[in-house]
Write a protein that binds this ligand. Structure first.
Ligand code: 9MG
Length: 274
């Protein structure tokens, strides 16, 4: 069992941790005003913690294909007040961003984890993340969010993703980020079709073994679940909970979810009855 050095916290990872998703984008709290967006985001985070979230992942930019671009200044203006307001919650705070300037502002505001779908490939990102004692999540993505789902191709998706993550892990270590601070993530839905996602899901135990780092898994409400169930995004809670539970059984250390209460209950039942 690994433990994770995560800013102000050391997570023992003796049970699957639930990371609650907090999107701080105007469309998530559709009220138009930035103060309102911040206060509603803070209230939502408090609810997620009361439901059992172990970590809160705060994001100010949507990476869904077709999502509107946000400037660095706007992204910082969205997330920093929320981070500042949530520091007293006493749970690890994660910043979901690809931009080193946002990482820096978030670190100054007190985050404990940098969750980067671009695996710290941005100019200067490794240097920023090496500062302090924060954890990092390095995720695999093929292509770029706008176009990544247009016919992604692999010879061997599991080998390719594992090799990419091993390289990024090594580069992070060389930049001064100790292995005890590194999480790896196969990046479900980021440049992968359903067959690729299923192959990666099943390969989770061998990937964890090969990579020697805890895995963070995000499948909540994703289109792969819609493809399997035929359900629209607003109707994928049961599928998301089932997938999070299976991911935990396959060795995921952290599951990134929208439906915290239901996921926490499912994990408690598994732990008690197994
Ligand atoms: C921000 N974001 C959206 N999906 C994600 C996933 O699957 N993993 C991680 N680490 N971040 C994600």
């Amino acid at each position: 069992m690994h433990s994770l050095q995560c800013g102000r916290f050391t997570l023992t990872l003796d049970r699957p941790q639930v990371m609650g998703i907090l999107n701080v984008t105007p469309d998530s709290f559709s009220d138009g005003g930035s103060f309102d967006t911040c206060s509603k985001a803070v209230a939502h985070a408090e609810t997620l913690v009361s439901q059992g979230a172990d970590i809160i992942d705060i994001g100010g930019e949507s990476t869904r294909p077709g999502a509107e671009l946000v400037s660095i200044e706007d992204e910082i203006a969205r997330v920093v007040p929320v981070i500042a307001a949530l520091k007293s919650l006493n749970v690890p705070l994660s910043i979901d961003t690809r931009r080193p300037a946002v990482m820096l502002a978030a670190l100054d505001a007190g985050v404990d984890l940098i969750n980067d779908i671009a695996a710290l490939e941005g100019e200067g990102a490794l240097r920023v993340a090496a500062k302090g004692n924060v954890a990092v999540c390095l995720m695999h993505m093929k292509g770029e969010p706008r176009t990544m789902q247009v016919a992604p191709e692999y010879d061997d998706v599991v080998a390719e993703v594992t090799s990419y993550l091993a390289t990024r892990r090594d580069e992070a270590e060389q930049a001064g980020i100790e292995r005890s601070r590194i999480l790896l993530d196969p990046g479900f839905g980021f440049g992968k079709n359903l067959a690729h996602n299923i192959a990666l899901f099943n390969a989770m135990p061998q990937m964890r073994e090969a990579l020697g780092c805890p895995l963070l898994i995000g499948v909540s409400r994703k289109s792969m679940l819609g493809q399997i169930t035929g359900r629209v995004v607003s109707d994928r809670m049961a599928a998301s909970v089932a997938a999070a539970l299976l991911a935990a059984q396959k060795g995921a250390a952290i599951v990134r979810v929208h439906d915290v209460r239901e996921t926490v209950d499912a994990l408690k039942i598994w732990q008690a009855l197994q």
